[in-house]
Design a protein around this ligand. Structure first.
Ligand code: HEC
Ligand code: HEC
Ligand code: HEC
Ligand code: HEC
Ligand code: HEC
Length: 445
């Protein structure tokens, strides 16, 4: 009997210690793949002088101006990144995407303690340039490999060596594909699931035998002047050294890459010269809009809010229907913090809420003691979602209006408070109020 009790205590004690350790140990949200375990070794190209964006921008004026307005140019200074990075203990691996060039990093990685890639052995980097670090995802991160400027064209006459990449989308893969297949991790999609979400959309629609271009108007209109389509088939000749995995589009076939369409949606096409006074060419604006841009998010969504036919029971119902018609991945995509809320309210004569319902469209993950994805209610492409609110026509006090508000969130309030983040974290993407006139059918405002 005594032995049994001791055994139970021992098992319970070990379980408590194990769970306690799981609650406290550093969280490994993603695994560090070969693709981004090292910084990019880009060095200045002799005829051009400095590596920074301003040096490229002295000739490529439009590209520079556009890039400066994007979150890529602020991937280091972004206050949300800074806050989160500090909260996560300033892990060096975060820099491989947020400040990806070797010269943007204060420390060099010499190796890893006990082979653990989250725990590097660091040494001061003599080539570190603080001004370059402030540029975040700078031109060279996407364009320079081994002293050559890669781009979409073949054989241009430029003052720097040029080469053509296989496909425009391969530039995005290094940083926008992140996985975690560790045995004790239970995600349904990779932690940054954008590419997998697109693959799932494809699979869903291939079953129905329809082409995605025809289904997503955004894609059809944006890829029309596309610079990629007429080059997609041919392969550029290029060899990267076997050591270090700093090539483009690693481990994905050119065909699979071409089908991703990241560039087609995120870099609007334009016909213009590459340098002032140069030949006009089919080019793409360097804009990369996403969750930080209310217009981009609004463009991704089709939303309607209307009164439904009255039920015989004397109940009025109003419904909001929201569909992702603009993105081939889910909306929101990217970091799991992003979510949408749909708030429906029945309002009284003083504008106060008589009744309120709130729905959250999110990816919900239990982080501790294990990473387990609980549910995912984000908007899959072309899958309408309807939310409704109702009231009795006999209710007191009398409702005077019904309102719907759709809001986009970069992160939730608890995360904001936890990290002491100060900047705004949400904005309205849709708001409509329908007045209820006594005794009459209601109309929109
Ligand atoms: C002294 C002016 C100058 C500077 C500085 C310069 N470029 Fe260029 N670049 C050109 C010219 C000229 C072309 C060819 C334009 C044409 O033929 O239409 C070109 C072409 C390109 C292309 C197209 C290559 C292809 O094959 O598709 C890219 C991409 C590019 N440059 C990126 C950069 C980047 C990145 C930098 C900074 C590291 C940079 N350039 C610095 C003048 C410059
Ligand atoms: C060197 C790494 C890197 C590469 C390469 C890269 N990105 Fe990014 N991208 C980032 C980082 C880091 C952020 C987030 C920065 C932040 O919010 O602090 C980001 C953000 C974005 C956003 C979100 C904008 C927003 O408002 O939230 C879009 C869209 C985007 N990238 C598209 C692309 C596309 C398309 C490509 C390929 C042409 C690409 N990226 C290549 C690192 C990269
Ligand atoms: C996130 C990756 C990324 C960054 C950062 C980036 N580019 Fe590009 N760039 C691309 C892609 C992708 C294309 C191909 C677009 C196309 O198909 O025409 C491109 C094309 C170009 C071209 C050729 C024609 C065109 O479409 O305009 C030039 C020139 C160029 N970039 C210059 C720059 C300069 C200068 C910077 C920095 C100020 C920069 N790029 C930053 C991804 C990037
Ligand atoms: C059919 C058009 C389309 C395609 C294809 C597409 N996107 Fe998007 N993407 C959008 C729209 C619209 C938004 C804005 C809505 C949102 O934030 O979810 C967006 C948002 C984003 C964001 C912002 C997420 C955030 O956290 O703010 C990222 C990152 C992104 N896309 C990356 C990519 C990458 C990488 C690819 C290719 C693998 C890609 N997109 C392909 C249309 C597209
Ligand atoms: C493999 C590349 C990669 C690595 C490594 C990486 N990030 Fe990012 N990060 C991105 C990209 C791409 C985005 C934007 C697109 C998205 O929403 O997925 C982003 C977005 C973010 C954002 C949201 C920024 C905003 O303005 O909304 C934060 C915060 C962030 N990363 C913090 C970190 C931290 C902390 C680490 C290290 C633990 C890290 N990242 C490591 C690529 C990376």
């Amino acid at each position: 009997m005594k032995f049994k009790v001791a055994l139970i205590w021992a098992v319970a004690g070990s379980a408590a210690v194990f769970l306690g350790w799981r609650m406290l140990r550093p969280l490994e949200i993603f695994s560090i793949s070969k693709r981004f375990e090292n910084p990019l070794p880009a060095t200045p190209i002799p005829p051009l002088g400095k590596l920074g964006a301003r040096s490229c921008g002295s000739c490529h004026v439009a590209n520079y101006r556009e890039w400066s307005t994007t979150i890529h140019s602020r991937a280091w200074t972004d206050p949300y990144f800074q806050t989160d990075w500090r909260a996560e203990g300033r892990k060096p691996v975060c820099l491989e995407c947020h400040t990806p060039l070797a010269a943007q990093q204060r420390y060099r990685v010499l190796g890893y303690h006990g082979g653990n890639r989250w725990d590097p052995v660091l040494a001061v980097n003599p080539a570190f340039e603080p001004a370059l670090r402030r540029q975040g995802v700078t031109c060279a991160a996407c364009h320079i490999r081994h002293g050559v400027v890669y781009g979409p064209f073949a054989k241009l006459d430029a003052p720097h060596p040029v080469a053509r990449w296989n496909n425009d989308n391969e530039t995005c893969i290094r940083c926008h594909v992140v996985n975690n297949r560790h045995h004790d991790v239970f995600y349904r999609l990779p932690p940054c699931g954008t590419v997998t979400e697109i693959a799932r959309t494809r699979r869903r629609f291939r079953l129905k035998g329809r082409a995605i271009q025809a289904l997503l108007p955004a894609l059809a209109s944006r890829s029309s002047v596309g610079t990629q389509s007429h080059r997609a088939g041919r392969q550029a000749q290029r060899t990267f050294p076997a050591t270090g995995n700093d090539g483009y589009g690693v481990a994905m076939s050119a065909r699979a890459l071409a089908a991703l369409n990241c560039v087609q949606c995120h870099m609007p096409s334009v016909n213009r010269p590459l340098v002032p006074g140069g030949k006009i060419r089919p080019s793409r604006r360097h804009l990369w809009r996403g969750g930080h841009d209310p217009r981009m998010v609004r463009d991704a969504l089709s939303i309607s809010f209307a009164r439904l036919a009255a039920a015989p029971s004397g109940r009025e119902r109003y419904a909001l229907t929201i569909t992702n018609t603009g993105a081939e991945h889910y909306v929101p995509t990217g970091v799991p913090d992003r979510h949408l809320t749909v708030q429906l309210r029945v309002l009284g004569s003083r504008g106060h809420a008589l009744k309120s319902r709130i729905f959250t469209l999110e990816r919900s993950v239990l982080w501790r003691p294990f990473i387990i994805e609980l549910h995912d209610t984000r908007l899959r492409p072309l899958e309408p979602r309807t939310y409704d609110i109702g009231f009795s026509t006999r209710s007191h006090p009398r409702p005077t209006a019904v309102e719907a508000v759709v809001r986009y969130w970069l992160m939730d309030t608890s995360h904001r408070n936890h990290d002491h983040y100060r900047a705004p974290i949400s904005y309205v993407v849709f708001r409509r109020r329908i007045l209820i006139e006594p005794g009459k059918r209601s109309g929109g405002t």
